[in-house]
Design a protein around this ligand. Structure first.
Ligand code: BES
Ligand code: MN
Ligand code: ZN
Length: 468
């Protein structure tokens, strides 16, 4: 992955390895820019109707017929402020193979370069030919190492989600964690199959027992024991058929992405470990298939949970909150400084906010503000939703301590979050992200398919919170 290059590697204007300059320009400044260009270049721009419209790209030849420069439109100045800072990143796939460098004038050189790298991502595991990419010299003052760490984490999340369930079952997800752990000297423990019952993770076992691919709890720990404890919990449902409450085909089609929470916390863990943030990181992933078989759990069953509460099952398709509950209980037991969970938990989240804007939930005002400001700065948007206390009673059960879903289906993402919250009481702070994990329509820096969501913003927030 050498999409981004250090400016030192090749000299600008050097003779052999030519670096093609890219001038990003707001339309208000176009006339000024053209006046500063060599006459033939300006003439070419006018002849081709280049107006610096948002995303408009013009290749300008040099005197020998080679590629001399690129002009890239940012639109009107007023639009730039509200526009997508990743927009110039689309050039990484729009431009011919070669090496490029942005001139001055970008609103955010760092996000443009990051967008360049993220836009170049392709899922090539099953493709014979791997497309070549345009490379970028990182702009002056931008930390290439940091961008590499961020894009590696984001692309890891995308790869894990994009891999079909046949090749990304609980065992393969475990293998992915072990690979990541090996790279960063983290320790991994796995509790698998019947051992889940002995070690008291009954709901992870019950949800996963109908698959011939054994359910497991993956537990990765990294960093010094004395450092502040941050625990990430990711929903790892490798395929969600819905169980006996079987999903219709159209709803099942995308369910290889139901380990998107696990994929995203692993992407975030990768960033944290590569940056060596001074914290004690723990990643917990309940990895299961929600499958149909003679031994599948049923609607109306009452499950025992790790923390002792009994849980009445209203619908076997609300499986994610069950496996998360046992993992959250374990996370909570060591009273960490912070627990963050990420899960493709509800269709209701997507109905409320669409695929691009994940809701998150926390009772901690400082944490919420901190997450929001960094998410905004990183152009990795999230939206806070309420843990509305008055809906908590909707989870009351006639025969058990709690219902895992409420009747009627109102506020489905909120009630799912309220259910999870019941399993966290000792951590200093807790936030839950109900992500979609998928990009249905590609945008600059966001390729179609598996999606990293919220983890770039969270990485910035954690880097800030734990001082580095
Ligand atoms: N994995 C799904 C949620 C999901 C569906 C996320 C589509 C993204 C896109 C989850 O396990 C599920 O099926 N939830 C049910 C809960 C319901 C039965 C209370 C849902 O949202 O329909
Ligand atoms: Mn489900
Ligand atoms: Zn699910």
């Amino acid at each position: 992955m050498d999409i981004l290059l250090d400016t030192k590697t090749t000299k600008r204007g050097g003779s052999k390895a030519t670096v093609v300059p890219v001038s990003a320009v707001v339309s208000d400044d176009l006339a000024k820019l053209l006046r500063g260009l060599p006459k033939p270049d300006a003439k070419w721009a006018r002849a081709n109707g280049f107006e610096a419209r948002q995303g408009q790209t013009l290749l300008v030849p040099d005197a020998t017929g080679g590629l001399g420069r690129v002009l890239f439109g940012l639109g009107a100045r007023d639009d730039v402020a509200t526009g997508d800072p990743f927009l110039p990143g689309q050039l990484s796939t729009d431009l011919p193979e070669g090496t490029y460098a942005f001139d001055e004038g970008l609103p955010s050189p760092r996000l443009a370069a990051l967008g360049w790298a993220l836009n170049a991502y392709r899922f090539t595991r099953y493709k014979a030919s791997k497309a070549k990419r345009a490379r970028l010299h990182v702009p002056a003052g931008v930390d290439r190492g940091e961008l590499d760490r961020i894009s590696a984490g984001a692309c890891l999340a995308r790869d894990l989600i994009n891999t079909p369930a046949e090749d990304m079952g609980p065992a393969e997800l475990e293998a992915a964690v072990r690979t990541l752990a090996r790279d960063h000297k983290a320790r991994v423990k796995v509790i698998k199959g019947e051992a889940l019952l002995d070690k008291n993770f009954p709901m992870i076992h019950t949800v996963g027992r109908a698959s011939d691919r054994a359910p497991r709890l993956i537990d990765m720990v990294w960093g010094p024991a004395r450092a502040p404890k941050v625990t990430l919990v990711g929903k790892g449902v490798c395929f969600d058929t819905g169980g006996l409450n079987l999903k219709p085909g159209s709803s099942m089609a995308l369910m290889k992405k139901d380990m998107g929470g696990a994929a995203n916390v692993l992407g975030l863990a990768s960033m944290i470990m590569a940056a060596r943030l001074p914290l004690r990181l723990r990643v917990l992933i309940p990895a299961v298939d929600n499958n149909v078989s003679a031994n599948a759990f049923r609607p109306s069953d009452v499950l025992q949970s790790r923390n002792g509460m009994t849980v009445e099952i209203g619908n076997t398709d609300a499986e994610g909150r069950l496996v998360l509950a046992d993992a959250l209980t374990l996370a909570d037991e060591e009273r960490p400084d912070l627990i963050i969970d990420m899960a493709t938990l509800t269709g209701a989240a997507r109905v409320a906010l669409g695929p691009d804007l994940p809701p998150f939930y926390t009772d901690n005002e400082d944490l919420a503000a901190h997450i929001l400001s960094h998410a905004d700065a990183e152009s990795d948007p999230v939206w806070r939703m309420p843990l509305w206390p008055r809906y908590d009673g909707w989870l009351d059960s006639r025969i058990a301590d709690v219902n895992h879903i409420s009747e009627g289906g109102f506020a489905g993402s909120v009630t799912a979050a309220l259910f999870l919250k019941r399993f966290v009481s000792r951590a200093t702070a807790y936030a839950h992200f109900d992500i979609f994990g998928w990009t249905p329509v590609a945008r600059p820096g966001r390729t179609h398919g598996g999606a990293d969501q919220a983890i770039r913003g969270l990485f910035a927030a954690l880097s800030d919170r734990y001082g580095k």
